[in-house]
Design a protein around this ligand. Sequence first.
Ligand code: 5RP
Length: 260
Amino acid sequence: MSAELSPIDTAKSIAAKYAVQFVEDGMRVGLGTGSTSAWMVRYLGERVQQEGLNIVGVPTSRRTAVLAQEAGLRIATLDEAKWLDITIDGTDEYDAELTLIKGGGGALLHEKIVASASDRMIVIADHSKSVAHLGAFPLPIEVIPFGLQTTRAMVEAMLDGMDVLGWEAVLRTIDDQPFVTDQGNHIIDLHLKRIGDPRHLALALNQVPGVVENGLFIDICDMVISGHGDGRIEVTDLSDGTLKEVQVDVGQDANIFADI
Ligand SMILES: O=C(CO)[C@H](O)[C@H](O)COP(=O)(O)O
């Protein structure tokens, strides 16, 4: 690993490198979106080149599709792959129950569909994404363009009665224009500060007409691999119904593949 990496990039890259070892020959793999997932795509590409793995990747965004092709991965649509063995993706926040806030990169809709169509979802993150209570990171929701401001107002009115500390709904923009998702929709970021009941909120949001999906991932993630800038990794595994935490001191230059 390059000694020039910042602590945050070290944390992201070692989490990604650890995660790709869970990919086995013949697997269909969901490929997440974002800077941590970009590391994962590169490391997966390395494994394909070096070990001749026969895998197919299903990208969760156009950006990831481009990265995957550059990394030499064979890609397919979700409908071509039908069901996936594993999805590896990043997150914006995760709590002790492995409930996530995702969508900082605007790909939450495809990410949720792909992760839900997978036997296993592994999340990779730098340790700053770990929170006691979800909600400091604005919760993204994907909304259709028609009636955008009306949908926003309905969402704000609904949030007023929810167990949250704030209820500002801000249309995401880029270059002063509404951000457009791969699905042609827009993103509204909900500044809630603290989410008391994620399950209730997720259900209520998806009942507002015009809301396509929200960025709360509940009972979807099986494992979080969390990297630290000093080279340590924590693995929180819910796949056998228990919460386990292991610490693996991989060191910045160590061959962490030997630790699994
Ligand atoms: O949900 C996402 C994109 O929609 C990303 O996984 C999330 O924003 C984390 O990104 P990064 O790895 O760059 O911190």
